[in-house]
Design a protein around this ligand. Structure first.
Ligand code: PLA
Length: 468
C-alpha cells in the first residue's frame, strides 16, 4: 500500500493512522478490533485521502483476495538470533542473554572498540565519501584482510595466488563461497562438524549444496572426537568439501591441537578434499591474531587449494557493519584471476557491491601502526575478560556443587562459548525459571556474562543439572 505523507497525516488526524500503512493489520477484522475505529471516521478519512487510495477499499481487497503466498506457513524463530528476541521480551530484572556470541563489557553493555572510534574520527577528518565500491570491495581492505589472515609476507599472496573479495561479514562470505561451489564444483558434498554453528547448514542448503556431518565432539570426554573426525573425513568421497573452524570452534570451544591439525591436513591431502575454513574469531581464541590463524597458515604453507571466510564482527566488534571477506587460495596466479572474476560475477548478482564503512575501519586500523598495536591490546583485553569470567564461573560452580563434578571443561574451552552439556529440558529450566537465555544445544556465550552475575548463573546451572 502506498500512501503519501499528506495522506498519512490526514489519517493520523482521524486517530487510526497506525492501521493504515502497517502491514501487520491486513484484515478487516483486525482493523475493526483496533481501538478508536469508527465507520464514520473511516468514511471521512477515505474522502480526505481522496488523492491517495481510499483506505476502506484497499482493506477489503486485502481481506478477500486470495494471496499468491497462501500456502506459506510460519517459519520457526532462528535458533540463535531468536533467543535475543525472546530475551528482549522478558521483563525480569534477573535476565541474562548468553545466546548470541556478542562481546559485552564487565557491565554487560555493548562495546565499541577505542580503535574503531579512532578510525572513524580519522575517516571524518579525511572527508571519506560514500561512493559505490568496486564489486570486489575496498582495495586497502582486501590487502589488509589477506595479510592479517596469512601473514604480511605470505608467499601465496606475493605470487598473486589468492583471490580476495570483500563480502558481507562471515555469513555473506560463506554464502558467496557456497554459491561459488554450487556453480563451479557441482555435485560435491560439504562436510560440516557435528555439532557446528547452526547457520552453516542453512547457508549451504540455501545455495543448493548438499551437506553431511563428520564427528567432532565426544560428550564422554567433553573433548574432540579426533578418531571419529578422522574416520569420517577418510570415509567422505574423494574431493569433498570439508568445512573447518579456523579457531575457537563454535559451539564447542574445542580446537584440534597443532599435531592434530597436521594429521588432518595429511588426510585431507590424501583424499584430495577441498578445505573451506570459517575464520570468525581470529584473535578471540588466544588473544593473538597470528596464533589464531595458525591452522589456515599451515594448510596454505603446505600448498593446499582452499577457501577461507573471514569476519570482523567479533574481533573488531563490527557486528552491524557486515564486514568480512572470502579468500580463495589457488595453485596459480592465472587461476586466481579467473576465480576472482567469477566471484565478482556472483557477488554482482547477489548484492552488487559491499558496504564501505566497515571496510574503511578495518583498513584504517590495520594500515596505521599505532592503531594496529592498540587493537591487539584491546583484543587481548576482550579475550582476557572472557577467560577471567570462565575462571569465576568455575569457582562459583564448585562452591555450590555438592556432587563434586569436574567443571574444568569451562576453562579449557576457548573463544566466546562454553558447551555446557545442558540438555533441552535443562535449558528450558534455565530460561523459564532463571531467565537465562541460551541456545537449545546447551551453549552459553561467556562474552555476555560478568563476574558479578557468575554466581547467579552457577545457581541456575546447578539447579538445572540436579533437578532435570
Ligand atoms: N561463523 C561462525 C562459526 C560464527 O559463529 C558466526 C557468528 C559467523 C560465522 C558469522 O558471523 P558474521 O556474519 O557476523 O560475521 N555466530 C554468532 C552470531 C556470533 C550468529 O549466529 O549470527 C553466534 O552467536 O553463533
Amino acid at each position: 500500500m502506498a500512501f503519501s505523507a499528506t495522506a498519512q497525516r490526514a489519517a493520523l488526524a482521524q486517530g487510526f493512522a497506525t492501521s493504515i500503512p502497517s502491514a501487520d493489520q491486513p484484515s478487516k477484522a483486525s482493523f475493526a478490533a483496533f481501538s478508536g475505529f469508527r465507520p464514520v471516521a473511516l468514511k471521512k478519512a477515505a474522502l480526505d485521502l481522496h488523492s491517495a487510495k481510499p483506505a476502506r477499499v484497499s482493506m477489503q481487497a486485502v481481506a478477500t483476495k486470495a494471496s499468491a503466498f497462501e500456502s506459506i506457513t510460519q517459519a520457526p524463530p532462528d535458533p540463535i538470533l531468536g533467543v535475543s528476541e525472546a530475551f528482549k521480551a522478558d521483563t525480569s530484572s534477573d535476565k541474562l542473554n548468553l545466546g548470541v556470541g556478542a562481546y559485552r563489557t564487565e557491565d554487560i553493555k555493548p562495546y565499541v572498540l577505542d580503535v574503531v572510534k579512532k578510525a572513524e574520527k580519522l575517516m571524518l577528518e579525511n572527508g571519506e565519501n560514500k561512493e559505490y565500491l568496486p564489486i570486489e570491495g575496498l582495495a586497502d581492505f582486501n590487502k589488509a584482510t589477506v595479510a592479517l589472515l596469512l601473514g604480511s609476507d605470505n608467499k601465496a599472496v606475493k605470487d598473486g595466488r589468492v583471490a580476495t573479495i570483500q563480502s558481507l561479514s562471515g555469513t555473506g562470505s560463506l554464502r558467496l563461497g557456497a554459491a561459488f561451489l554450487a556453480r563451479f564444483y557441482p555435485g560435491r558434498t560439504v562436510f560440516l562438524s557435528n555439532p557446528t554453528w547452526g547457520n552453516h547448514k542453512n547457508i549451504f542448503a540455501d545455495a543448493g549444496v548438499e551437506w553431511k556431518e563428520y564427528r567432532y565432539f565426544n560428550p564422554a570426554t567433553i573433548g574432540l572426537d579426533f578418531e571419529g573426525m578422522m574416520a569420517d573425513i577418510e570415509a567422505a568421497p574423494n574431493g569433498s568439501v570439508i568445512v573447518l573452524h579456523g579457531c575457537a570452534h563454535n559451539p564447542t570451544g574445542i580446537d584440534p591441537t597443532p599435531e592434530q591439525w597436521s594429521k588432518i591436513a595429511d588426510l585431507i591431502e590424501k583424499k584430495n578434499h577441498l578445505p573451506f575454513f570459517d575464520v570468525a574469531y581470529q584473535g578471540f581464541a588466544s588473544g593473538s591474531l597470528d596464533e589464531d590463524a595458525a591452522s589456515v597458515r599451515l594448510f596454505v604453507e603446505r600448498g593446499f587449494e582452499l577457501l577461507v571466510a573471514q569476519s570482523y564482527s567479533k574481533n573488531l566488534g563490527l557486528y552491524a557493519e557486515r564486514i568480512g571477506a572470502l579468500n580463495a587460495v589457488l595453485p596459480t596466479a592465472d587461476l586466481a584471476t579467473k576465480v576472482k572474476s567469477q566471484l565478482k560475477r556472483l557477488a554482482r548478482a547477489l548484492y552488487s557491491n559491499p558496504p564501505v564503512h566497515g571496510a574503511r575501519i578495518v583498513a584504517y586500523v590495520v594500515g596505521n601502526n599505532d592503531i594496529f598495536d592498540e587493537w591487539k591490546q584491546e583484543m587481548a583485553g576482550m579475550a582476557g575478560r572472557i577467560q577471567a569470567v570462565r575462571a569465576t564461573l568455575v569457582e562459583e560452580l564448585k562452591k555450590r556443587d555438592t556432587k563434586g563434578r569436574d567443571w574444568s571443561f569451562i576453562t579449557s574451552q576457548i573463544g566466546m562459548f562454553s558447551f555446557t552439556g545442558l540438555k533441552p529440558a535443562q535449558v528450558e529450566n534455565m530460561t523459564k525459571k532463571w531467565h537465562v537465555y541460551m541456545t537449545k544445544d546447551g551453549r552459553i556465550s561467556l562474552a555476555g556474562l560478568n563476574k558479578a552475575r557468575a554466581g547467579y548463573l552457577a545457581d541456575a546451572m546447578i539447579d538445572s543439572f540436579d533437578n532435570f
